[in-house]
Design a protein around this ligand. Structure first.
Ligand code: ADP
Ligand code: MG
Length: 241
């Protein structure tokens, strides 16, 4: 579903942020990406839906090359759900309108259909009662669940998460992770940047460890948690576990 092949990216001629990154995510797989701050995790995940350009290598999603100038990027992005650390809801729109906007503007769904889908997804993330509120009236955990529902409203074939719980108060982390665990169990293909190793242990198929722009480790979860090959991953794990 996602093929990342020998990707090199520079933010400036003297600063290479990604070095020869190669990995893939098959349909229904959940891959957790971890590593120290500044190691290139966000950059890599943004390259997958072409929010960041890269100079060398290839990435394709469901067979569509994201770095091909002929690729219809808005169309591709509409099939790749993305959830960020800071929710990024539209503050001036009610929750239900946050869920409907792209369904109508990008997918051309009727208002009735978009609302029905939006309400169904709000129910799924336990927020049906909040539909008429504005984002600022919700807790961080609720806003992040809305952001996930909004991404799901587009019927994505892949979901990308970039530290979806790291801006949340501790008591709100599990309500967001629970939604993500359900998604994983339903067979969604997911690439998740997170340091929540409990989540990784529960649902990840593989764990990727990045350091200084390189994929240092890419292993089945059992191997990664059993004994990471590299010193760098071992050191990292000993700090966060
Ligand atoms: P991570 O998500 O692992 O913390 P990032 O991908 O955000 O890492 O950043 C990797 C490196 O690239 C960091 O050194 C960061 O400062 C730098 N960086 C990130 N975004 C930009 C940008 N737009 N321009 C220049 N440097 C950037
Ligand atoms: Mg990041």
């Amino acid at each position: 579903m996602i093929e990342i092949s020998h990707v090199n990216k520079w933010y400036s001629p003297t600063f290479q942020v990604l070095t020869d990154c190669t990995t893939s995510v098959t349909k229904g797989e959940v891959v957790v990406v971890c590593g120290p701050s500044g190691s290139g995790k966000s950059t890599l995940i943004k390259c997958v839906n072409a929010l960041e350009p890269f100079q060398e290598g290839d990435i394709s999603v469901d067979g569509t090359k994201v770095n091909d100038p002929k690729t219809n990027l808005p169309k591709l992005r509409s099939r790749v759900g993305m959830v960020f650390q800071h929710f990024e809801l539209f503050p001036h729109l009610k929750i239900i309108d946050n869920l409907c906007l792209a369904q109508q503007k990008v997918l051309g769904r009727s208002s009735d259909k978009a609302v029905a889908k939006g309400m169904q997804l709000l129910e799924r993330v336990g927020l049906k009662e909040q539909a008429e509120k504005f984002p600022a009236q919700l807790s961080g955990g609720q806003q992040q669940r809305v952001a996930i529902a909004r991404a799901l409203a587009m019927d994505p074939i892949v979901m990308l998460f970039d530290e979806p719980t790291s801006a949340l108060d501790p008591e709100m982390v599990s309500e967001v992770l629970d939604v993500m665990v359900d998604l994983a169990h339903e067979g969604m293909t997911m690439m998740v940047v997170t340091h929540e190793m409990g989540f990784a242990r529960k649902v990840a198929n593989r764990v990727i460890f990045m350091d200084r722009g390189e994929i240092v480790e890419d292993a089945p979860k059992e191997d990664f948690f059993g004994k990471p090959r590299s010193d760098r991953a071992q050191k990292f794990l000993s700090k966060i576990l």
